[in-house]
Design a protein around this ligand. Structure first.
Ligand code: GLU
Ligand code: MG
Length: 464
């Protein structure tokens, strides 16, 4: 884990990319991009989006078709809104309908891993040109805009945990290294690999804050600099695919699933966020709990209230609940604490005017980062609108306290019920997106009911 400082960074996906680009037509801008990519030896661009099951889906296009792909998109079957992690589809989908996946060239990135490729995140549009109501990235953009209309800016960043195994029998994953948790010995064993992960992230424009061995066998973590909400979700996608590409180059198998085995400490993907107004971090400089301002406390109280429902987006796989267990620093209890690593909401660096932020520890890498960050913002905005206040913070391991706080949902079925009952999240997602998410969760929950914990871990460990 890291403190995940949340000072505003300069990159944003909202602003015009470079000085002087305003006068150039979209076609001219795309032609510039194509020229630059071609000069760098890049001929193909992967345009990604993340589906409701948390799988990154892709269409690749020739670099010379960038302008076309940015303005009119490439076709993507609408049924993928109901795609499950095993590539089957939840009931209710039909072969009809096509959405247009448009590359966002403000985030176009030439990749060093894999070399010869570029990447851009995509937004899904209707053929009429309107953003598709089920487009998760557009949902997040709307949530950020709704915060901005209230004078609030959210900065966010993810910590990515992953494990690395040797190639071999997928039923018997063998960690790629030994060495103790957080151990220098483990780092040295994997120093070449980790240096390459760092260099590739750097080359891809993702600023690394920390990189270290984690607790479980073969497990590592990278945390990256905070960004605007859409930028943070894009970073989460790029970080994972970069690690995957470098791992493959080293003949290693990365796992981003919630657990490798049902009884091990799992991999989280914690979300850090801070709230700003007029350039001031509202997480500090106030007279609320932990030194936060009233607005920050109300925002976090809204997030805390909705945590059971948010889990259906942030811990969206049946296997997520193999990870989300007490005393594993995964945040299994419905409470918050100041620097408490067992609280689902950990308030970090209290009093630090630039660095104070909140860490949501209960989320994992099966989450669609766009859906998750958007929903967290909406939950927080509801808290601000309703002037909610935070309960007292919890100290120590909630599991061993006599006044144990409630557990968060212990299954996907429970968190899906909470999502169904969450008026603010239901309204924010809108009916088409809510219905698609609900169908996917219900279908994955039904599939998992037939599996032992071992099979469940096995089927999801290399899925994401
Ligand atoms: N691996 C733990 C998890 O499942 C988190 C450890 C940490 O606090 O970074 O979320
Ligand atoms: Mg960690």
């Amino acid at each position: 884990m890291t403190s995940g400082t949340t000072a505003p960074a300069s990159r944003t996906t909202d602003a015009a990319a470079e000085p002087g680009t305003a006068e150039r037509t979209p076609d001219e801008q795309a032609a510039d991009h194509t020229r630059r990519l071609t000069a760098a030896g890049v001929h193909t661009v992967a345009v990604t989006w993340v589906d409701n099951a948390g799988i990154t889906r892709v269409k690749a296009v020739p670099a010379r078709r960038l302008g076309q792909t940015a303005q009119h998109g490439v076709g993507f079957a609408a049924i993928f809104d109901r795609a499950l992690g095993d590539d089957s589809f939840a009931p209710g989908g039909t072969p009809d309908g096509d959405l247009r996946l448009r590359a966002d060239l403000t985030r176009l990135t030439a990749l060093t891993a894999p070399a010869g490729w570029a990447w851009a995140p995509g937004d899904r549009h209707e053929q009429s040109g309107e953003p598709a109501p089920t487009c998760q990235r557009s949902f997040l953009r709307r949530a950020a805009r709704r915060a901005a209309e209230r004078g609030l800016t959210v900065r966010a960043g993810f910590e990515t945990e992953w494990t690395v195994s040797l190639k071999g029998d997928p039923d018997e994953p063998r960690p790629a290294c030994g060495g103790p948790a957080y151990g220098m010995a483990r780092l040295l064993e994997m120093a070449g690999y980790l240096a390459e992960v760092h260099a590739a992230l750097d080359a891809h424009g993702v600023e690394v804050l920390q990189l270290h061995p984690e607790y479980a066998p073969g497990q590592f973590e990278v945390s990256t600099a905070p960004a605007d909400p859409v930028g943070a979700a894009d970073d989460a996608v790029l970080v994972r695919e970069t690690i995957r590409a470098v791992s493959q180059r080293h003949g290693l198998v990365p796992s981003f699933g919630p657990v490798v085995g049902p009884d091990e400490v799992g991999s989280g993907r914690h979300l850090h966020l801070s709230l700003w107004r007029d350039g001031h971090n509202l997480c500090a400089g106030g007279d609320g709990p932990g030194g936060m301002t009233g607005d920050c406390a109300a925002f976090l109280a809204g997030v805390l209230r909705e945590l059971p429902a948010l889990l259906a987006l942030g811990a969206p796989a049946p296997a997520s609940y193999l990870r989300l267990r007490p005393s594993r620093w995964a945040g299994a209890y419905h409470c918050w604490g100041v620097e408490n690593r067992e609280a689902a909401l950990r308030f970090v660096c209290p009093g630090d005017l630039t660095g104070a932020n909140a860490e949501l520890k209960c989320f994992d890498g099966a989450a669609n980062p766009y859906l998750l960050v958007g929903a967290v913002i909406e939950a927080g905005l509801a808290g601000v609108a309703e002037h909610l206040t935070l309960p007292p913070p919890v100290t120590g391991d909630p599991h061993s306290r006599p006044d144990r706080p409630p557990r968060l949902p212990v299954s996907l079925a429970e968190s899906l019920d909470a999502l169904r009952g969450s008026a603010p999240l239901r309204a924010a997602l809108g009916e088409p997106l809510f219905a698609a998410v609900e169908a996917v969760r219900a279908a994955e929950d039904a599939q998992a009911a037939r599996l032992s914990p071992e099979r469940l871990a096995h089927t999801t460990r290399h899925r994401y």
